[in-house]
Design a protein. Sequence first.
Length: 208
Amino acid sequence: MIPRAIVLSVLIAVAGAGSAHLAGAERPVSREPLGTLPRAFDGWHLVRDVPLDPEILGVLGADDYINRTYVRADRAAVNLYIGYYMSQRQGDAIHSPQNCLPGAGWQPTSSSRIDIGAGGRAMPVNRYVIQKGLDRQVVYYWYQGRGRIIANEYANKFWLMVDAARLQRTNGALVRVITPVGASTEAADIVATAFSRALTARLGPFLP
């Protein structure tokens, strides 16, 4: 077994190298605009595409985004937000929903990290149940880009530094899926999981 001190030394060295490269040049990558994400897939259909307020966009600092509502024939509905950042070197970093949701009046009542699995690979997501008055919603969110899907925010920052040094890239995105709780949170989880799996299979060209 490798001694813990050696592991920590390697991690610190990699993080230091990544921090130095965060100030360097970004290697451009080709990608499809989020606005061209399919309006219908796997039984889900777009019913609303709402632009965000310019003030909110200014705070988020995203280079590309979508804020959509999709529904299914059985009336299941989800809100999808994706915020994409071409570079996170100059202070434009992904904002965690943990900070944004309370500001909108929603309070978390439970939180966990789960793996919903997609396409034969692990798919870790952060899961929150939030409430405002009598309304409850289930929220899934994760970080995606540079070939990775990550739920843990600290791991996301670590790999951001590693990829800045190794790939000269810091592009990435936040993907958030919200569905209302009707009969039960279990039913809402089934909806959010089904949509997230179908969505992830199509995100490669948009979040390289």
